[in-house]
Design a protein around this ligand. Structure first.
Ligand code: NDP
Length: 308
């Protein structure tokens, strides 16, 4: 199958890129991937995506984006890319179906997913007190007691952000020192709403059937266990970008995020661009992914005009 532009992934970045590319008059195919709509399909309510005065559910928002892409003649392909060959033009992507997709340019928008602890109660209470995004869900915890798990930049940033809403924020970290940047740590440790439980792991998230109510903790030094009442828990132990098929094909950082050139969505390979969480360990928002999808499509259009 041949197109001007192949877009891999159907989250906000992929759909936005496809809308801009198709409206620029380019033959555009979007390979949907394993989860149509991406991470937002498991997000209950979104209040920070502009244009919707009332909260909108993640699946509803993604359905709007999908329909908009279809309306501008993006070709939607139900397949998952399992291998790529970017060594020559046209660029090739091979689907699990066995189909070979060829494009003069490719936009990688395969996203990332939050790492989870895999402990009892975590998936049962996801969206009902368990979250992986303070920016998305912090607002729902006004005057509540919340916990953040992790010791990196994300955990420290999320815990600090949550103090804008919560009555108290308890950071639970498995070691006795933080991985987060020193300046961020100082601001965090000085915050009177924040309390840190060092050398502690969470072994179970307990609820009453509808909401999270308690955490079961274990001190890793003396193995003592304790139970703390809590209204919400934010798991901030890192994200995993969906980039395994691009290993050694495009440049990535040590965590597997695709590296894009400063101020652009261009990767290390001419004609290959990236947008959204797959190349963004910092912001990870639907709104920023949409912006990057737009940038990638405009840059691709310029690339195709120059490389006829
Ligand atoms: P990190 O990998 O940096 O940190 C993950 C944290 O989670 C670590 O403290 C780790 O503990 C802990 N952890 C991992 N697995 C478990 C587990 N199973 N149980 C308990 N704890 C666990 O991820 P981040 O998301 O914080 O950051 C990712 C990247 O994004 C980094 O490069 C970071 O600098 C960057 N970033 C930058 C920001 C900024 O500049 N404003 C904001 C957010 C992220 P341990 O320390 O013991 O390994």
């Amino acid at each position: 199958m041949e197109s001007d532009i192949l877009i891999i992934g159907s989250g906000p970045a992929g759909y936005t890129a496809s809308i801009y590319a198709a409206r620029a008059g380019r033959k555009t195919a979007l390979i949907i991937g394993p989860q149509q709509g991406g991470q937002l399909m498991i997000t209950s309510f979104i209040e920070n995506y502009p244009g919707f005065a009332d909260p909108i559910s993640g699946p509803e928002l993604m359905e709007c984006m999908r329909k908009q892409a279809e309306n501008v003649a993006v070709e939607m392909v139900q397949d998952t890319i399992s291998a790529v060959d970017f060594s020559m033009s046209p660029l090739k992507c091979i689907g699990e179906s066995g189909t070979e997709y060829c494009g003069r340019a490719v936009i990688i928008a395969t996203g990332a997913s939050a790492k989870w602890l895999g402990i009892p109660g975590e998936s049962a209470y996801r969206g009902r007190g368990v979250s992986s995004c303070a920016t998305c869900d912090g607002f729902f915890f006004k005057n509540k007691n919340v916990a953040v798990i992790g010791g990196g930049n994300t955990a420290v940033e999320e815990a600090t952000y949550l103090t804008n809403f919560a009555r108290s924020v308890t950071l639970i970290h498995r070691r006795d020192s933080l991985r987060a940047e020193k300046l961020m740590q100082r601001r965090f440790l000085d915050n009177p709403k924040i309390n840190v439980l060092w050398n502690t792991t969470v072994t179970e998230i307990i609820g009453d059937g509808s909401r999270v109510t308690e955490l079961l903790l274990r001190n890793v030094l003396d193995n003592s266990v304790s139970q703390v009442p809590i209204d919400g828990v934010f798991v901030a132990i890192g994200h995993r970008p969906a980039t395994s098929i691009f290993a050694e094909k495009v440049a990535m950082d040590e965590n597997g995020y695709i590296i894009t050139q400063n101020g652009s969505q261009q990767t290390s390979v001419p004609g290959v661009f990236a947008a959204g969480d797959v190349c963004d360990p910092v912001y990870r928002q639907a709104a920023t992914s949409v912006g990057q999808g737009c940038m990638a499509a405009m840059e691709v259009d310029r690339f195709l005009s120059i490389n006829v």
